[in-house]
Design a protein around this ligand. Structure first.
Ligand SMILES: Cc1cc2nc3c(=O)[nH]c(=O)nc-3n(C[C@H](O)[C@H](O)[C@H](O)COP(=O)(O)O)c2cc1C
Length: 152
């Protein structure tokens, strides 16, 4: 079983979990980064004109820097991100849209300021064509994902 941990993190919380998870799972890791990095002002959601709000309201795709190499070789992808507006950030839709997910098992993990996972997986599903979504959770620690990493 070849596993990739692919994650986006604007403020570092999801990044810490993703790295711990990849270590525990013996997985490769890919950071999903926007071509244009987010500044602190860009993610200030209390400002209606901030980039994050414009992307959300405009349903915009967010160009991703680079590509996960040899994506076709992975059996499973653990996809991590912060909850933004009760779902995945637009950059996650963009990342998912650009790969062939046929036959892959997908495990979704998110960090949040308090929201649950809600309909995050359902909203992302149209961009994960052909994937089997195994689980989707909001987590506070990588240890909560032990059952994903347990060796068969
Ligand atoms: C634009 C934006 C929207 C957010 N929306 C939510 C939300 O709907 N619910 C929630 O609980 N937290 C929300 N948060 C908080 C983040 O989910 C939380 O701080 C997360 O752990 C940040 O992860 P990161 O450090 O990997 O970027 C939002 C944060 C930002 C920047």
């Amino acid at each position: 079983m070849k596993t990739l941990v692919a994650y986006f993190s604007a403020e570092g919380t999801t990044a810490r979990l993703a790295k711990e998870l990849a270590g525990a799972a013996g997985a490769d890791i890919f950071e999903i980064r926007p071509v244009e990095p987010y500044t602190a002002a860009d993610i200030k959601w209390t400002n209606p004109l901030a980039r994050c709000n414009r992307e959300k309201l405009g349903g915009k795709f967010v160009p991703v820097k680079g590509k996960a190499e040899n994506f076709a070789d992975y059996d499973a992808v653990m996809l991590g991100f912060p909850i933004w507006y009760y779902g995945a950030p637009n950059i996650i839709n963009t990342f998912c849209r650009d790969y062939d997910w046929t036959g892959k098992k997908v495990y979704i993990f998110a960090t949040s300021g308090g929201s649950g996972i809600g309909k995050t997986a359902e909203k992302l599903a149209p961009y994960l064509k052909g994937a089997q979504i195994m689980d989707a959770r909001v987590v506070r620690s990588a240890g909560e994902l032990k059952d994903w990493t347990a060796k068969e």
